[in-house]
Design a protein around this ligand. Structure first.
Ligand code: COA
Length: 166
């Protein structure tokens, strides 16, 4: 699939929301259980305008948003300002075509200009595609929080992965 990676715009709001809400409903990719409404999504996008936390989207040649990736604060305390947590979500119809990798790579390439020098990924241990993607791009396993989450009536282990700017 041919696609471009660019910064998210307000017009992308509904596409970002639809891709995220599908993961909320169907997977442990996020431990969120309530779908995000349009007001919350608008607020979220305003907080990911690149100052300093960005949101990138992958747009296909028909103008359809196939995925998105973002950085968010790792911790609100000022001493953590050089650290961020990442998210990456690809539409189920577009997975396995290099989009997630391109989105995550865009986040890593962009991080230095936002003075972010380390990125933390919290990944449900059963999410093998995400584990593999993050390891491929240089994230290293720090450890696993056992049964720290719960979704769909079962316990979820969450692994902490970390990437450092060289
Ligand atoms: C995880 C996710 C973002 C990967 O995006 P994608 O566009 O499907 O992945 P890509 O085609 O770019 O693949 C890049 C790498 O990811 C890994 N990967 C992707 N799909 C995989 C699969 N089904 N099984 C194992 N590894 C997989 C591989 O390392 C792959 O590299 P390779 O092609 O050299 O083997 C995507 O599956 C997704 O959106 N999943 C649901 C949401 C989610 O889990 N987000 C992460 C929350 S922590």
């Amino acid at each position: 699939m041919s696609f471009v990676i660019r910064f998210a715009k307000t017009e992308d709001l509904e596409s970002i929301r639809a891709i995220y809400n599908n993961a909320v409903k169907t997977s442990t990719a996020t431990l969120e259980t309530d779908e995000r409404d349009i007001t919350a999504q608008r607020h979220w996008l305003a907080q990911h305008n690149g100052d300093p936390y960005p949101c990138f989207v992958a747009e296909d040649r028909d103008g359809i948003i196939a995925g998105w990736a973002s950085l968010s604060p790792y911790n609100a305390k000022p001493g953590y300002r050089g650290a961020a947590e990442n998210s990456v979500y690809v539409d189920t119809r577009a997975q396995g075509q290099g989009i997630g990798e391109a989105l995550l790579q865009a986040l890593l390439d962009d991080a230095p200009q936002r003075h972010i020098r380390t990125i933390v990924a919290l990944i449900s241990t059963d999410n093998l595609p995400s584990v593999s993607l993050h390891e491929k791009l240089g994230f290293r396993l720090i450890g696993t929080l056992e049964r720290v989450g719960e979704k769909f009536g079962r316990d979820v282990d969450v692994s902490i992965f970390q990437w450092h700017l060289r």
